[in-house]
Write a protein that binds this ligand. Structure first.
Ligand code: AMP
Ligand code: FE
Ligand code: FE
Ligand code: ZN
Length: 290
């Protein structure tokens, strides 16, 4: 139990590095977590575990406990739903294949979006490549960075509110599995699934609510309640769902380096919840601070 566990608080269970759409290397992110006074940080890049090794070395150096994880892209109709996954086996063949498929779909989708944008604006695929770490999971944030570099937007947020918004007409979805499929994949890989920011204005809240029984039966562990994008009314609903289904509640920053205003440790997870999460995991171990 917790006596032999050396994780410390504060605990932040959701961050991104340059392996996906964060702006820092995994090592710099872990160093930033230490500097921000965190005791435990989870690295949860979109659809990739490519940062785990570097983050593991950095965690040992910095004296921070690392929870290796990922934020899996899933989709219900036209809504994207994000699933946080912790402490799964990163070599699990089915999960490896599915994440490769999603990254590939994201790449083609980004190329198609940029092709459409380039008919109206002076920006091309090379601009996006210049903003993307080789091998990274490509997303709209990389297109946003290209737009900023071209002077077509002031910041990532401005790009999202403008050219990248679905209303602008360039938006395109990409392949992603159903959330239930994703939960099953994570559980089969020994991991622990938590639905990320389930109550933002743009999420398919109602859809999630009527499918919660199936998600829980498949092994859903928790809901990320304390996240800056969850609405106050949504949080009330999440608390009720957690009570009804016996789900744990987590909190985290969703830090993206300079790519978003979110600051490390702005929301945190209670130690008892992390304890239960580690108890549930069979796929991988936390990297405990010395
Ligand atoms: P995508 O999955 O490619 O459609 O892009 C969604 C990603 O963009 C999310 O993971 C967020 O990290 C990021 N994002 C969404 N809105 C914003 C924003 N206003 N500013 C910066 N990044 C954002
Ligand atoms: Fe992101
Ligand atoms: Fe997300
Ligand atoms: Zn995220």
């Amino acid at each position: 139990m917790s006596s032999d566990r050396r994780f410390r608080g504060p605990i932040d269970l959701h961050t991104h590095s340059r392996v996906s759409d964060g702006t820092e290397s995994p090592a710099r992110l872990v160093a930033a977590a230490a500097a921000a006074g965190l005791g435990t940080v989870a690295l949860t890049d979109h659809d990739s575990t490519a940062g785990w090794a570097e983050a593991t070395d950095a965690a040992r150096r910095e004296g921070v406990t690392l929870i290796p994880g990922m934020e899996l892209s899933t989709r219900v109709d036209w809504s994207s739903v994000h699933l946080l996954a912790y402490l799964f086996d990163p070599n699990n063949a089915k999960l490896v294949a599915e994440t490769a498929r999603i990254r590939e779909a994201r790449l083609h989708r980004a190329e198609e979006m940029v092709a459409r944008i380039s008919r109206d604006y002076d920006v091309n695929w090379d601009d996006v490549v210049a903003q993307t770490n080789p091998g990274a999971t490509v997303g709209r944030p990389h297109i946003a960075d290209a737009l900023v570099a071209r002077g077509l937007a002031g910041t990532r947020s401005e790009a999202f509110a403008g050219i990248l918004h679905w209303r602008a007409g360039y938006y395109q979805p990409h392949y992603a599995p159903d959330p239930l499929t994703a939960i099953e994949l994570v559980v089969a890989a020994g991991g622990v699934p938590v639905i990320a920011h389930p109550a933002t204005v743009s999420r398919a809240d109602v859809v999630l609510e009527h499918r919660m029984r199936d998600f829980v039966d498949a092994g859903l562990f928790g809901l990320e309640i304390d996240h800056r994008e969850n609405t106050p009314e949504g949080k009330v609903r999440l608390q009720r769902l957690a009570d009804e289904y016996g789900l744990q509640l987590t909190g985290s920053s969703d830090y993206h380096g300079e790519g978003k205003p979110n600051r490390l440790g702005e929301n945190t997870t209670r130690p008892e919840v992390l304890d239960a999460l580690i108890d549930r995991a069979t796929g991988w171990q936390p990297v405990y601070a010395a």
